[in-house]
Design a protein around this ligand. Structure first.
Ligand code: PLP
Length: 411
């Protein structure tokens, strides 16, 4: 057959485990009724009656935006100026940041992650990600003929700094450059958040390898606004102030999660470095990429983010806080029951997901399938099974750990 597509691209079809199981869960619900099915697959916020949450404090103002504003192009390829400014304010909040910075609007956090990968690495180079990670990182790299190396995310119940260092060092030795992703706080899919001390050690180490070549750390903060201690959720950013001249940071922000606006495709890449020149260098290529790939970001989505996080802030925080408490309650129930029955999971602190710890792939597959037979739908990830507490009601969370443990014990 004639090959129409690029020579150097993996042309095997995408295997999207999440959507396949989501579909099975949907069918089971249609056949057996909602009550008979536990659907812990969906990575979006759902309320207690099983409905997708669309914050009233976000959509009421959005629906009042004039059609002409919705219809119009954005003011610039890098995003509307007030949006760029306000995203930075929102991302850093009360953190005392002293780095040069600039913000580029992107289609969701996905756009921020992919523009960073594409503009920092050349084809054939290696991206470093955690071994347990959001699947799109690998796809974004491999679609651009980049390799991926993984560090072990955990050692016992904490961040595996030794593995992080070892992998970064070996990639630096090989390619004289490092791009590494840390998805934190509220890591997808484990719900881990690094401590201040762990971040300090990460930054010190990045400076150390920065002596051998440029280092870019991509901090994917997609779920940050679901931190259980929202007020202090930005404190760790202050550790970034200590980066050397050879280290740059891109913080990938997702409006999808923050505003429950997954379909509005809005997010941002916040570039930080010690000098304006370093920031400008990255900003220039990201701006050109934006123009070359997606052109501009929905005008009204940007306008609404500015409104919701300024004039509409109290309404928004009140509504979001309610759902964050709900998430916390769901997680407390699950974790308590998991502990009681001895169901192992990776260290969880906060956020949308808990991941059961099953390092043996065959056993993991067996449990995943056995759960589906009992109409418990989850997502199998590397070294574990992801339970989406974000979309599970308190009622459905109760007793779930015990049921899974019982299924596990039959294998
Ligand atoms: N980062 C992580 C870890 C995610 O799980 C997601 C979405 O699921 C994103 C980034 C990006 O989401 P979006 O492009 O909708 O902002």
């Amino acid at each position: 057959m004639t090959r129409f597509i690029r020579n150097h691209v993996d042309d095997t079809p995408i295997v999207d485990n999440v959507f396949a199981v989501v579909d099975l869960a949907k069918k089971a619900k249609a056949q057996l009724g909602e009550a008979a099915v536990v659907d812990a697959t969906i990575g979006a916020l759902y309320d207690e009656s099983g409905q997708l949450v669309a914050f009233r404090s976000v959509y009421r103002p959005y629906n009042e935006i004039e059609s002409k504003i919705k219809a119009n192009y954005a003011e610039s390829f890098s995003g509307n100026p007030d949006f760029r400014k306000q995203v930075y304010n929102w991302v850093v909040q009360q953190a005392d940041m002293r780095l040069a910075h600039s913000t580029i609007a992107t289609p969701g956090g996905s756009g921020a992650v992919s523009t960073t990968i594409n503009n920092i690495l050349d084809q054939g180079e290696t991206l470093i990600i955690p071994d347990i990670a959001w699947g799109s990182y690998r796809l974004m790299a491999t679609m651009n003929n980049m390799d991926v190396e993984t560090y072990n995310l955990f050692e016992g119940d904490h961040f595996n700094i030794a593995s992080f260092k070892e992998v970064c060092k070996s990639v630096m030795d090989k390619q004289k450059k490092v791009l590494v992703i840390i998805n934190d706080p509220c890591h997808n899919p484990t719900g881990y958040s690094l401590s201040q001390e762990e971040w300090e050690e990460v930054v010190m180490f990045l400076n150390e390898i920065g002596e051998q070549g440029p280092v870019v750390m991509l901090n994917d903060i997609a779920y940050i606004d679901y931190s259980y201690d929202f007020k202090n959720s930005r404190n760790y950013l202050e550790t970034f102030n200590a980066i050397s001249d050879n280290v740059a940071i891109v913080v990938a922000f997702s409006s999808s999660k923050t505003l429950t606006a997954y379909g509005l495709r809005c997010g941002a890449a916040v570039i930080m470095a010690q000098s304006d020149e370093s920031v400008r260098q990255i900003e220039i290529v990201m701006e050109k990429s934006a123009r070359a790939i997606w052109s501009n970001i929905p005008n009204a989505a940007m306008e609404n983010l500015v409104y919701v996080t300024t004039e509409g802030l109290n309404d928004y925080l009140e509504e979001k806080d309610y759902f964050v408490s709900l998430l916390e309650e769901r997680s407390k129930i699950f974790l308590k029951e998991a502990k009681e029955v001895g169901l192992k999971h990776y260290p969880y602190k906060e956020g949308f997901f808990v991941t059961l710890k099953i390092e043996d792939k065959d056993l993991c597959t067996k449990l995943h399938e056995a759960c589906m037979k009992e109409h418990i739908y989850t997502v199998q990830v590397n070294k574990g099974i992801r339970i989406a507490l974000c979309s599970l009601s308190i009622e459905k969370t109760k007793g779930l750990a015990k049921r899974i443990k019982e299924i596990f014990d039959t294998l």
